[in-house]
Design a protein around this ligand. Structure first.
Ligand code: XLS
Ligand code: NI
Ligand code: NI
Length: 439
């Protein structure tokens, strides 16, 4: 089969001084950082939809990038050409995983039976491409937001018939995920939410979503899926209000419906900021609840109020992300670049340069997070900050063997509390800068 990205050869690590746009400056796959190879800390994945399907269209204009890969768009040949392009792309970058929606792989037919036949054919083709490479599937998902039938939601729809189509898509997407050896299965509830309470029974809708997820778990386990199911929280867009607002909300939902043993979070940076949180906040909330699963690696724009899905460039944010990931002992999933090149970045080289940027940014984040932990000042400060709970009345509080009467008597005796001590935020921020830019 003909090479698609002809003038681009395998991307190599050349180091921080390299001026070669098609080389890694920080991502050195085999380099050991924090006890493991960089490639093991950072299982990167290619997002089929942005990289192989999206042509850069927006609300005001059509696409600018050619993603035909030499075939007529909308045909089976094109679906296969995307597979060829995707595998060549991943191999040239040394990316070991991909993520997909069902309808990223093939053009959706009017009849779901025909769509499923096409999915069988293309997944056979993907499987044959996987053989002889070390490329694997990170996660699959069903697109239950683009087709007009989902205008009132998928699991949250008011139509029992539409609900069955959602079930059918999930069943097939799970079949394909298992066939391709996927590590995870994602639910992103793009249309699971509402525009107005005037027409919406929130409790009914949420219970129905939970029923669908329960059926997905039961079916997945019955066909041998051992991986994690993920909820990818996002507060808004396309809906005004989406049920999986943020990690805390999604975790509460999973616990409420007894789904917490099978699910974890897939945290997307841009969704975190849309929810009014930092990326690291969402990671920390997931981690402390034992639910940090996977990451959609991208970034938003603080001047724009929507999901801009930019390639990660912010080294501070990547450092704080990797600090959380290292502290949590790693991910069960990976780092999926749910990101697209800007509309005017429409050449093949831009696809590569975008991934190089993303991979280098996370490599930098990893190196700097490991250095922050190695430096120790931040962790030590945090430990000290809570030290009043390690002895005396503090230790008694933690033991649970006290009550309001005793604590009140203690306070009265003191008259006035000692401390609390300074939070020292500015000092800690300067430690971060010193570690990031000191050498
Ligand atoms: C959209 C979501 C989507 C999910 C997969 O905002 O990020 O791309 O990752 O359905
Ligand atoms: Ni995403
Ligand atoms: Ni998103």
């Amino acid at each position: 089969m003909a090479e698609i990205f002809k003038n681009i050869s395998k991307i190599e690590y050349e180091g921080a001084d390299s001026k070669n746009p098609l080389a890694f400056k920080f991502y050195d796959a085999d380099k050991i950082v924090f006890g493991k190879k960089m490639s093991e800390h950072l299982p990167f994945a290619m997002a089929w939809w942005h990289n192989l399907c999206a042509e850069g269209g927006d609300m005001f204009g059509r696409g600018t990038a050619d993603k035909s890969f030499g075939a007529k768009v909308g045909t089976t040949e094109h679906a296969k050409a995307k597979v060829d392009a995707g595998f060549e792309f991943m191999q040239k970058l040394g990316i070991k995983y991909f993520c997909f929606h069902d309808v990223d792989l093939i053009p959706e037919a009017d009849d779901i039976k025909e769509t499923n036949n096409r999915l069988d054919e293309i997944s056979d083709y993907i499987l044959s491409k996987m053989q002889g490479t070390d490329i694997k599937c990170l996660w699959g998902t069903a697109n239950m937001f683009s087709n007009p039938r989902y205008m009132n939601g998928a699991g949250s729809t008011n139509s029992a018939d539409v609900y069955c189509f959602a079930a059918a898509q999930i069943k097939k997407a799970l079949d394909i995920t298992v066939k391709l050896g996927g590590r995870g299965y994602v639910f992103w509830g793009g249309r699971e939410g509402y525009e107005t309470l005037l027409n919406t029974d929130v409790k009914f809708e949420q219970e129905n979503i939970a029923r669908l997820m329960r059926m997905a778990v039961d079916y997945g386990r019955s066909i041998g899926f051992k991986g994690d199911f993920y909820i990818e929280p996002k507060p808004k867009e396309p809906m005004k209000h989406q049920y999986d607002f943020d990690a805390a909300t999604a975790i509460g939902f999973l616990r409420q419906y007894g789904l917490d043993k099978d699910f974890k979070m897939n945290i997307e940076a841009n969704h975190a900021t849309l929810a009014g949180h930092t990326f690291e906040h969402e990671l920390r909330i997931s981690a402390i609840n034992g639910m940090l699963g996977s990451i959609d690696a991208n970034q938003g724009d603080c001047l724009l109020g929507w999901d801009t899905d930019e390639f990660p460039f912010d080294a501070y944010s990547a450092t704080m992300c990797m600090y959380e990931v290292l502290k949590a002992g790693g991910l069960t999933g990976g780092f999926n670049f749910d990101a697209k090149t800007r509309r005017p970045s429409n050449a093949y080289e831009d696809m590569f340069e975008a991934y190089i940027l993303g991979m280098d940014t996370f490599a930098l984040g990893l190196i700097k997070a490991a250095a922050l932990i190695g430096d120790g000042r931040i962790d030590e400060f945090k430990k000290q900050r809570y030290s009043s709970f390690s002895s005396g009345i503090g230790a008694k509080i933690l033991s649970g063997k006290t009550d309001l009467k005793e604590l009140s008597a203690y306070a009265e005796k003191l008259g006035k509390p000692e401390g609390p001590s300074s939070g020292k935020q500015e000092y800690l921020e300067s430690v971060v800068n010193q570690v990031l830019f000191g050498k």
